[in-house]
Design a protein around this ligand. Sequence first.
Ligand SMILES: [Fe+2]
Length: 345
Amino acid sequence: MNELGRLEDLPLDYRESLQQLNLVPLWPSLRAVMPPHQPRPRTQPVSWQYKTLRPLLMRAGELTPIEKAERRVLVLANPGHGLEKMQASSAIYLGMQLLLPGEWAPSHRHTPNAVRMIVEGEGAYTTVEGEKCPMVRGDLILTPTGLWHEHGHDGTEPVVWLDVLDLPLVYYMEAAYHVDGPRQTVVSSASERRLARGGMLPTPVFARGNSAYPMLRYPWAQARAALETMAATEPHEEVVQITYVNPHTGAHALNILGFYALMLRPGQSVTLPARSPAAIYHLIEGAVDAHVMEQHFALDEADTCCAPGYTPVTLRNRSADAPAFLFLADESPLHQKLGVYERRD
Ligand SMILES: [Fe+2]
């Protein structure tokens, strides 16, 4: 490959003339923006241990009342992007959010899409466009772009959940903003019960409600049962994984990020192939070793790690007796829609 000319090779007066006219020579930067054969992601393999993060989150509960925080969150930031950028990968934002008994995080809506993966505690709920979604450990709750959402807590112990948003992408697009709103009136609940029969959909003659996002809560009990059934009925299937989808379309539940649950059989090790999107792995249940590039993460329950795109990821269940269950989020829908999705075996 040819060595391209450097910026320093150009005379100073020429560089200054370009700068005054807001012009930039491409060739000194061409290899940086389009490196040969494979991107050079800023996203680094990194992990966040829940047992070290949790005391700091609880302390935030003492230091900052909910009224002063609106959303009490510690952001899981990837140092490869710079902590101040508050991003786990180029398109994924992760935050651990704490809601204490009796607290209320007021209603708002915004352009970025969000999901919640419930980590611990009972008694909290998210109301999305008037649908009250109970927050139970392992549940996935959607708050898609533009939908009103607020969080309340009628229980007695702290509730913590993992927020996953496409905020870095929407912010990069200069399309991120929010609107505050009044407390919602609960008008319905349990879309997951209406839509819980495989292969059968309600067919209202007169359509009502929010048809773009018909299912807002994906209960962990159902996801876990689906994975266990799949492991039992498809013993030769190497990767036991489900995708959270929009039950009306079969497409990904949200437009930009994809969400999945994966089960590792006792003692099982799987290597997921290198694909273009970055991904995050959050351990719901069990004990798992994750290998990403040269990094090794020993994940315990509620730990989270992140892997850049274009690299294989090996997951190993450390238990010989019990299955392990992970929640995954990645940038696949975005890459697929943009036509840049790749898998490299
Ligand atoms: Fe929000």
